[in-house]
Ligand binder design. Structure first.
Ligand SMILES: [Zn+2]
Length: 112
């Protein structure tokens, strides 16, 4: 609440500028970082710097988001592969501890 600023004190030019600006229009924030370049695309203009393989603030907003997404997916794939390996080891363990019979030999062949 800007009670101390009376709308009557706004100049005609400022008022026209206000009226010409849509209320939902977000101001475009584009920040140029002195002596900085995105390590992926080489831009020096980004609203926000993001973490990349080289560390914090080494990537621009777009590349950093893409990198974070790829990293997350990669981690998920590694986790899934680990779970599959653990499951395979556990089922193999169960197989070799079974008493040998015609049936268990068949199931070993099936497992392979
Ligand atoms: Zn970039």
């Amino acid at each position: 609440m800007a009670a101390e600023v009376s709308p009557l004190k706004i100049s005609a030019a400022a008022l026209a500028e206000l009226l010409a600006t849509p209320l939902d229009a977000a101001p475009k924030r584009r920040h140029a970082w002195a002596g900085w370049k995105c390590e992926a695309c080489g831009t020096d203009t980004t609203p926000e710097r993001r973490a990349g393989p080289a560390g914090r603030n080494s990537m621009c907003n777009r590349c950093g988001l893409k990198y974070a997404k790829a990293k997350k997916r990669h981690r998920l794939e590694l986790k899934q592969r680990d779970e599959q390996r653990i499951r395979a080891i556990m089922s193999f363990d169960a197989l070799i501890h079974q008493p040998m019979s015609e049936e268990s030999t068949d199931s070993i062949d099936a497992w392979r």
